[in-house]
Design a protein around this ligand. Structure first.
Ligand SMILES: [Fe+2]
Length: 154
């Protein structure tokens, strides 16, 4: 076998190995979306903010939903921030907002995962809201559990 052909076969073998490894990693990522951070997720209980007299902790963990403009393709900007009234949830290696979801009339339309210590609890999506009556944002704090907020659209 000449050197050029051997290099070509070697390169194809390396490519096949890399493809197999990537597919395996991808599959693992799909079955365990938290990956190496799973051990850091300590609380999946659901909590609710006291609507009349919320505590600072409740405001910090309840997602705030802001509706922005509708673009020319019919998608409306929806911004979700943690938390409310200017009380921002921290993002450190041990305490962070690990996910945000957006549901339109009870159906999931978007989900974002966050890297601890590197990304804050904020997400923005462009969503078709024609006919949608309620938007619900759901957020998870790895320590303080799952919080949601629902707004009614006009
Ligand atoms: Fe928290």
């Amino acid at each position: 076998m000449d050197r050029r052909k051997a290099l070509k076969i070697g390169a194809l073998g390396a490519l096949a190995a890399a493809t197999t490894l990537s597919a395996s990693e991808y599959k693992e990522e799909k079955t365990d979306v938290y990956g190496k951070y799973r051990e850091g997720i300590k609380n999946r209980e659901k909590y609710k903010k006291d609507s009349k007299n919320p505590t600072k902790g409740q405001l910090k963990h309840t997602p705030d939903i802001k509706i922005g403009p509708k673009d020319t393709n019919g998608y409306t900007l929806v911004e979700i921030t943690l938390g409310q009234e200017g009380i921002i949830h921290p993002s450190t290696d041990n305490h962070w907002i690990d996910f945000i979801e957006l549901n339109a009339d009870g159906k999931l339309v978007a989900r974002t995962l966050f890297e601890p210590g590197k990304a804050m609890g904020y997400a923005a999506y462009k969503v078709k809201l024609d006919g949608v009556k309620k938007l619900t944002a759901v957020a998870g704090c790895n320590i303080h559990g799952i919080w949601e907020n629902t707004i009614t659209l006009k």
